[in-house]
Design a protein around this ligand. Structure first.
Ligand code: NAX
Length: 332
């Protein structure tokens, strides 16, 4: 029997990530090849015509799974009945711009969209915030949508996670599908800590630790980390636009694993509401290693944190604490 369609909201759908994301959702990359979807696309009035053009293209592509498309500039209409909300709309960081410069603009957007989701989304709606500052936008959304369970509000660090896997696969000249269990700790910013100290490679002789195969702690603790941290800036430099196809693909990975589950023995990175695990202050949206079962994520517990990692975990938590204070000062 055919499944009932799932309603997926994409905000900022006329933007470049939105343009890359909606066809992936309509193709089944987010929720699976047998899950029909109805897309709700929101953008602001100046982008209305362009948004309508995206809707026209979705119709033209004749996606079998796509059972309906709503393109609107009305936030209430966009949020009504949605089961999944992917929040891409916001004020993007451009070359040379600091993340903090865009904070106040995004705080007011996320405050009002939180209220609309709280009032009009389906019960148990799952939210993924992509727009920067992603962790803090998600925190603002959580604060202003108190009836949405905090476990349902997350932010995207899967792109950073995938970037970490990509760097290791290039270094070892292996396919990325043979690699697992990287971790992004903390903020989706240049203080994030990409950590492969627990990552492994599937080889003909079984699972091998990444650090053993790389055999270069200097690189793993140096250039590897900075390359992943700075990858967004490197893409902007090369493309003159920020990452879009990789961000869209990673957003699909995030929701797919959350809803359909992580493979046995594999964890992924998600920005989630901290419960104090790994001595990360509670009350931040912080990226942790998680496994997902039955639509619920759970922080992987018991990983060894050495002195080097501890400093990195604390530094990115400190930045998030400052961002939180700055966001609250914007609200005042
Ligand atoms: P674009 O500027 O191409 O698109 C943003 C879209 O949002 C525009 O169409 C704009 O009209 C719309 N918008 C603005 N205010 C809105 C509102 N109040 N309601 C609905 N829509 C609104 O940016 P794009 O490159 O698509 O990036 C989108 C966001 O993703 C940015 O904030 C960017 O910084 C962030 N990113 C986050 C990443 C992550 O891993 N978490 C990686 C990629 C990306 O940098």
């Amino acid at each position: 029997m055919a499944k009932d369609p799932v309603r997926v909201l994409v905000t900022g759908a006329a933007g470049q990530i939105g343009y890359a994301l909606v066809p992936l959702i309509a193709r089944g990359a987010m929720l699976g090849p047998d899950q029909p979807v109805i897309l709700h696309m929101l953008d602001i009035v100046p982008a209305a015509e362009s948004l309508n053009g995206v809707k026209m293209e979705l119709v033209d592509a004749a996606f079998p799974l796509l059972k309906g498309v709503l393109a609107t500039t009305d936030v209430v209409e966009a949020c009504t009945g949605v089961n999944i909300a992917v929040m891409v709309g916001g004020f993007p960081r451009k070359e040379g711009m600091e993340r903090k410069d865009v904070m106040s603009k995004n705080v007011s957007i996320y405050k009002s969209q939180a209220s609309a989701l709280e009032k009009h989304a389906a019960t148990n709606c799952k939210v993924l915030v992509v727009a920067n500052p992603a962790n803090t936008n998600a925190l603002i959304l959580k604060e202003f949508a108190p009836s949405i369970p905090e476990k349902n509000i997350t932010c995207l660090t899967r792109l950073d996670h995938n970037r970490a896997l990509g760097q290791i696969s290039e270094r070892l000249n292996i396919h990325v599908s043979n690699l697992r269990n990287a971790i992004i700790w903390g903020n989706h910013s240049s203080t994030q800590y990409p950590d492969v100290s627990h990552a492994t490679v599937t080889t003909q002789d079984g699972e091998k630790p990444v650090h053993e195969l790389v055999a270069d702690e200097g690189w793993l603790r140096g250039d590897f980390i900075t390359t992943v941290q700075q990858r967004g800036a490197a893409i902007i430099k090369a493309r003159k636009f920020s990452s879009a196809l990789s961000a869209a693909s990673s957003a699909c990975d995030h929701i797919r694993d959350w809803v359909l589950g992580t493979p046995q023995g594999t964890w992924v990175s998600m920005g989630v509401y901290s419960d104090g695990s790994y001595d990360v202050p509670a009350g931040l949206i912080y990226s942790f290693p998680v496994t997902c079962v039955n639509g619920e994520w759970c922080i992987v517990q018991g990983l060894q944190i050495d002195e080097f990692s501890r400093k990195k975990l604390d530094a990115t938590a400190e930045e998030l604490t400052e961002e939180k204070a700055l966001a609250y000062s914007c609200l005042a």
